[in-house]
Design a protein around this ligand. Structure first.
Ligand SMILES: [Zn+2]
Length: 500
């Protein structure tokens, strides 16, 4: 099967099986950049979230949740009003709108565009006489376009939908300092919606205007950043690092090196930041991605966000979109708390180390996941077509259904009753079971393969005599007979084994 055909098959599977629908609202033609999740998509999302939450709790992180709407002053302080902008080219004749950096990358593929200033981009456009692809009118001036969605609270208070969860977490700093008993580094995370008014989102679910973030924040002292206890436990871990100097030499294959080596060779500056790269890798691997689709790409100094001192993207290799960022690891320094301290007239200096006289504003290290991007890349990297058989090889504990139960025929009441009893027993054991009695048995198997269901159980005529059923494993398609009464325990054991 050709790659394009396989991408087509994959995209139609997402809709057909109820993973992702859109652009929403579909019945009114859809608004670009907005998508909905069906039952299978939400089940997968919740399984990812529950793993993340459990792991982070064990690593000492607390969870918070903040409003999605915040008043203007928050975004003035965070720098988003001034600097969260995209460069835009407007065609004066046909009113087409282009994002300048993307437009230039397409028109001048041999040039390095990332990190150029607006003026430098305008010069490039002029020098190359670039014109509107739609009507051929010369393009000239780049305008600023703020990516935040604005709204009004009450009748006259200007507010913005948050473009990231992180800032709203920082606003809780003095509260967190108190409840977490000043035991620095403080570790917190927040899951929730963020909104970005992308100019013309084209990459489907990868560039949504309303999306889910899962962002970890570590509040830490300058001294702790260099003298970080947990680093010793993880320093031998090797990660595929593509630093910006390699990229500047047109190398796109990462170096697999240990975190200790990365610190010694100054690819990474701070052990605590190296630990953040480790955490991102640890959580990502929990979801079952294979090593050959993971890499870390460092931002060049020009490409970094306004608050970042160092920034890396954890990227997953996809067929449809190439290397795709699912997580950003940022050294935000004391930028955020300093700014909010100034704007809110608060003293955010605290004593974080043993000496109570040494007070400073905490530094912030961040690991920021885009949950929708995790879902997309999980689905794509686990999707396969072989001899016309579509299979979604999700890890057992991620699959929307863990088990599907089929009666071989639906018009034999005894068989149907036995199948429904087993389905109920599985549900009573909190195992995600799906009951299906319609269509041929072959089609029912195929439907569950497409959903990634690891186990299908069929109750047949023999079951009435031997009280056993056939369990068919998704990837090997091997079938075994198991006592019906023992199936819930059998599945539970398999689920436990699948946890890495
Ligand atoms: Zn035009």
């Amino acid at each position: 099967m050709k790659i394009e055909d396989s991408i087509e098959t994959f995209n139609s599977l997402l809709k057909r099986q109820g993973f992702i629908w859109g652009p929403s609202p579909e019945i009114y033609g859809g608004l670009a950049g907005f998508y909905s999740y069906g039952p299978a998509g939400m089940a997968l999302k919740n399984n990812v979230l529950s793993i993340f939450r459990k792991e982070l709790r064990a690593l000492g992180f607390g969870e918070v949740e903040c409003p999605n709407v915040m008043p203007e002053i928050v975004w003035a302080a965070s720098g988003h009003l001034e600097r969260f902008i995209d460069p835009v080219l407007n065609c004066v004749k046909c009113n087409s709108v282009y994002r300048a950096d993307k437009f230039l990358k397409k028109e001048l593929p041999e040039k390095m565009i990332d990190g150029l200033s607006f003026e430098q981009m305008e010069t490039l456009i002029k020098e190359n006489n670039l014109a509107c692809p739609n009507c051929d009118t010369p393009l000239r001036k780049i305008e600023e376009y703020n990516l935040m969605l604005s709204t009004k609270v009450g009748t006259d208070t200007i507010a913005y939908l948050r473009p990231e969860t992180a800032t709203t977490t920082y606003l809780l700093f003095n509260r967190l300092d108190q409840v977490m008993r000043r035991q620095y580094p403080l570790k917190v995370f927040q899951f929730g919606k963020a909104y970005r008014n992308e100019i013309s989102p084209r990459q489907g679910v990868l560039r949504m205007r309303s999306f889910d973030q899962f962002e970890l924040q570590i509040f830490i002292s300058k001294k702790q950043e260099y003298d970080f206890a947990e680093f010793d436990d993880v320093k031998h871990t090797k990660l595929p690092l593509l630093d910006w100097k390699l990229q500047a030499n047109n190398i796109d294959v990462p170096n697999s090196i240990s975190l200790e080596e990365a610190i010694n060779t100054k690819i990474l500056k701070k052990p605590a930041f190296a630990y953040c790269l480790y955490i991102a890798h640890y959580l990502t691997k929990k979801l079952g991605y294979s090593d050959n689709v993971i890499r870390y790409r460092q931002h060049s100094p020009n490409e970094r966000a306004h608050y970042a001192d160092d920034a890396w993207d954890l990227e997953i290799k996809t067929e449809q979109f190439g290397w795709t960022e699912i997580c950003g690891i940022h050294d935000r320094t004391d930028y955020d708390l300093k700014r909010h301290g100034e704007y809110a007239h608060q003293d955010f200096k605290v004593a974080m180390d043993l000496n109570p006289k040494e007070k400073e504003i905490p530094q912030i290290l961040e690991v920021a996941y885009g949950i929708d991007r995790i879902l997309y890349t999980l689905l794509e990297t686990n999707f396969s077509v072989e001899d016309d058989r579509i299979n979604l090889q999700l890890t057992d504990f991620l699959a929307p259904n863990t088990v599907a139960v089929f009666p071989l025929v639906k018009n034999k009441e005894n068989i149907r009753k036995l199948a429904l009893q087993l389905h109920q027993a599985l549900q009573d054991n909190l195992i995600y079971s799906f009951y299906d009695e319609s269509g041929s048995i072959g089609k029912r198997y195929r439907r569950q393969d497409e959903l990634g269901t690891p186990y299908c159980v069929t109750i047949d005529y023999d079951s009435l005599k031997d009280e056993c059923a056939t369990i068919r494993e998704r990837d090997s398609m091997e079938q075994i007979r198991v006592k019906i009464s023992e199936i819930p325990d059998y599945i539970k054991t398999k689920l436990e084994e699948s946890k890495i």
